[in-house]
Design a protein around this ligand. Structure first.
Ligand SMILES: Nc1nc2c(ncn2[C@@H]2O[C@H](COP(=O)(O)OP(=O)(O)OP(=O)(O)O)[C@@H](O)[C@H]2O)c(=O)[nH]1
Ligand SMILES: [Mg+2]
Length: 194
């Protein structure tokens, strides 16, 4: 699949802006600021396809990108402490609306900052995906920020954290260096059959 042909499709800020679709969708979820939007840019070999910011909570809408006949779906981050309660409610409604709508979600990428590791909200997200029978992999992002030995330790710890799941794939990823990009592209191509 030619990832570099990606184009922006639509932003949805509210549940009622979600559109019906039967196209295959790959969803990127994770805490705020872990690097979801940067990861999509890296996968597509583009700098400004998805908006990136130092300010956590940048992505407040679900953003759809069209590439090779599938959609890449950039989710707003969860768990940013300074987000007001009413915004959290909006996130919950939007996420609920998305995951419960009739659409062809084939695969989720749960992005976790390798320096932070798996937190309670990540476990909640994973449990939600398991409950809804959605296939997913875990990506440990910002791999360039750790030494190899530290990275290996986080990798093992993450495998252990999720040892209740059989055969969970964990990918070390860096949007800066490109580590893991081919591995993730291959998973997307395999799972989406494109
Ligand atoms: N060093 C390094 N920095 C990264 C990497 N990925 C993202 N960043 C930085 O982390 C910050 C957040 O990146 P985003 O891609 O906006 O993160 P996000 O998960 O989309 O954030 P929200 O939309 O707020 O949920 C930015 O300053 C990025 O430049 C990476 O692989 N390595
Ligand atoms: Mg983002």
């Amino acid at each position: 699949m030619n990832f570099s042909n990606a184009s922006f499709l639509k932003s949805c800020y509210l549940e009622n802006q979600l559109f019906l679709s039967n196209k295959k969708e790959v969803v990127f979820v994770g805490r705020s600021n872990v690097g979801k939007s940067s990861l999509i840019n890296r996968l597509c070999g583009r700098k400004k396809l998805a908006r990136v910011s130092n300010v956590p909570g940048k992505t407040i809408s679900i953003n759809f990108y069209s590439v090779g006949g599938i959609y890449l779906v950039d989710f707003p981050g969860y768990g940013f402490a300074k987000i007001a309660k009413c915004k959290r409610k909006l996130w919950d409604n939007l996420a609920q609306g998305y995951f419960s709508s009739k659409r062809n979600i084939v695969f989720c990428v749960v992005v976790i900052d390798c320096r932070r590791g798996c937190k309670e909200l990540d476990f909640d997200m994973v449990r939600y995906l398991v409950y809804n029978k959605l296939y997913f992999v875990v990506v440990l992002s910002k791999a360039d920020k750790l030494k190899n030995s530290e990275l290996q330790a986080v990798f093992e710890a993450t495998k252990k954290d999720f040892s209740f799941l059989k055969n969970l794939q964990v990918i070390l990823f860096s949007s800066k260096t490109g580590q893991g990009e081919n591995e993730l592209r291959q998973v997307i191509e395999r799972v989406c059959d494109v």
